[in-house]
Ligand binder design. Structure first.
Ligand SMILES: NC(=O)c1ccc[n+]([C@@H]2O[C@H](COP(=O)([O-])OP(=O)(O)OC[C@H]3O[C@@H](n4cnc5c(N)ncnc54)[C@H](OP(=O)(O)O)[C@@H]3O)[C@@H](O)[C@H]2O)c1
Length: 241
């Protein structure tokens, strides 16, 4: 039986990916800050689902992750779904800094911890949900888009490091468009909105196929392809709401 840990499994995409892996007979460790929101997953298969309270912004998070790995008896797949984000055109300081703390510091803490674990234990697979928001700087969500771009680059860097050092660590960078989860609560009329169930299915498929980068879905892949081609002098003048 394969073993996976999902951080950020208490709601949204991470919750659905955890549900899918459990249904496919994986031994699963699930974590988030709201441990009570993990109980429905635990109840699906109590004998092979383990829960932990982990806050990626806390310095103790690495220790808790290692304890969870011990609990499930090893690790094949680390899945990082923990993330926050808001529109912040007023550039409120607390929102910008909180986003940096979770999506940049917390991300680096956890990905680094699991990279070192795999490096010393024969390798494994690291998959992360980043976003299409990292493709370009978005004026309505500066910290969110900047941290997502950071995550994309960080994964690319670690993939090169792993190859150079023969660490046998694979990566999948998952970049969804809009998904109907609590993260988007309060935002209305979003185009090409996807369900978390559909996105989770595509994520597990991408992981099984060892994809390096996966934009979900094909409509968003086409859109971001063209976004990247927009020259900066035009991008600067574009109004995205
Ligand atoms: N929804 C979208 O349109 C969309 C699109 C592209 C990418 N994404 C990305 O997908 C990921 C998952 O988001 P979602 O849409 O599924 O939103 P969500 O339902 O709000 O889920 C976010 C998850 O992250 C966890 N989390 C947040 N802060 C954490 C912390 N400090 N420590 C540990 N866990 C933490 C939350 O758990 P607790 O609050 O219980 O800790 C929750 O389980 C995020 O990285 C997001 O940026 C979302």
């Amino acid at each position: 039986m394969k073993k996976a840990i999902i951080i950020g499994a208490s709601s949204g995409i991470g919750h659905e990916v955890a549900r899918l892996l459990i249904s496919q007979d994986w031994i699963v460790g699930i974590a988030a800050r709201r441990i009570n929101k993990l109980l429905d997953l635990k109840n699906i298969a109590p004998e092979r689902v383990y829960t932990a309270q982990i806050d990626v912004t806390n310095e103790e998070a690495e220790k808790s992750l290692m304890q969870l790995i011990d609990c499930i008896g090893g690790l094949d797949l680390y899945f990082h779904a923990a993330g926050i984000g808001w529109k912040n055109p007023e550039l409120k300081e607390d929102i910008e800094l909180k986003t940096m703390d979770t999506n940049a510091h917390g991300f680096t803490r956890m990905i680094g911890a699991v990279y070192r674990y795999f490096m010393n234990n024969g390798g494994g697979h690291i998959a992360c949900i980043t976003s299409i928001a990292g493709t370009k700087g978005l004026g309505v969500a500066p910290a969110y888009s900047a941290t997502k771009a950071m995550q994309n680059t960080y994964i690319q860097a670690l993939e090169q490091l792993s190859t150079a050092k023969h660490h046998n660590i694979r990566f999948t960078d998952i970049r969804p468009g809009f998904v109907d989860t609590p993260l988007l609560d309060g935002t209305t009329n979003l185009p090409m909105l996807m369900s978390p169930e559909k996105v989770a299915y595509s994520i597990v498929k991408a992981i099984n196929r060892h994809r390096h980068v996966c934009v979900i879905d094909h409509r968003w892949a086409i859109l971001t392809f063209f976004w990247k081609l927009i020259p900066n002098w035009i991008w600067r003048r574009m109004k995205l709401s």
